[in-house]
Design a protein around this ligand. Sequence first.
Ligand SMILES: [Zn+2]
Length: 430
Amino acid sequence: MLELLERLVRAPTVLGHEEDGQAIFEQAMTGSGLGVREVRMDPEAIRTDPHGAPFGWEVGGKRNLIGTWPGAGDGEAVQAARSLILGGHIDVVPPAADDLWTTGPFEPRTEGDWLYGRGAGDMKAGLVAILGAVRALRELGAEPLAPVHLVSVVEEECTGNGALACVLDGLEADGCVLTEPHYDHITTAQVGVLWFDVEVAGRAAHAGHAELGANAIDGLSTVIASLRELEQEMNQSPPPPYDGFEHPIHLNVGMVEGGDWPSTVAARAHARCRIGLYPGQQPDQIRRRVEQAVVRAGRRDPFLAENPATVSYEGFACEGFALPDDEPIAVAMAEAAEVTLGFRPPLVPTTATTDARHLVRTGTPAVCFGPQAEFVHGIDERVSISSIEGSARALAELIGRWTGLRFGTSGPGYDHAEVTHSATDRGMEH
Ligand SMILES: [Zn+2]
């Protein structure tokens, strides 16, 4: 698992460069005996789907991968067996600031129990763990009674359109675990996310006569102040399951650019932003509120009032969701973790989004649980090596509990077919 993880981290799979990582993971799945199917991104199908997120870049040719371990045998146990998706994303966010990393973001480095690298935690370790679980069970001579699909998608960090392509292609199961990087809890609810761009116009002039101009960068900060008020409003009385949170909705101004000269009043400024939304809210509702906040900024600045900032959309535009705490896949994952790891991860809502939403809304209950990571999207991102092994053990146990296992094909010491619902009972404890 470590060797595969290091190879994956060395592939800088930022937006537009996902294939380097997909090729490695495809080979690893094929080499583990899984039949791999690719789901190519179809730009037209995504653009016309109401759940597609807008994008302005090239997606044609990008591949999502589904490696399937088919369900074995027949009989009553097989009829009752439940199919499972274990999945994650190959894409990573950019390094934030290369020079602040102790070593290069795409040069994996191990120190004690930690493996460092962009995407090591979020979430190449998760991909490695799902394959590790399947490999271990296969080495024991086990076969699942219902299909187990291992999925690696693109564009989880910007649109979710990779996962959308997979569900449009018919990907579904009785339950799903995405091995996003958290070991101490299982997420059963998540916010929606909207990305939006704000473009502010100014009037260029010599800085020595700034009174003749209007600075677009100042205008942008006025607009941001107005958006912060919207953020505050949205956090005032969070609905369940976020009612225990102090500040579940975050507005993030993630990128800005503007102006072109220190002595010129800036003619243009641009910001790229992200805001969360509660389960039940539609991206369109939040678009209207963002646009109203931008218009309100004009009350503080006459130039902005006459030259309103414009808002456009590219990237995430998705809803949140909340599964009940007794959702079978959530309970099964918690029990599998308890049996293998000795602690029961609590079920919690997250203030981020994941691809789980596409699965949930198309009828596959999905939760997140995986290796423990720190500083994801930050500097010196790292993942705990022992938690990768722990996750793989918990996931192998989950496969046993969820699909049931048949032993007796080629495993050491198993010379007759036998069905069990615990991988741990059959030698997975080490
Ligand atoms: Zn992630």
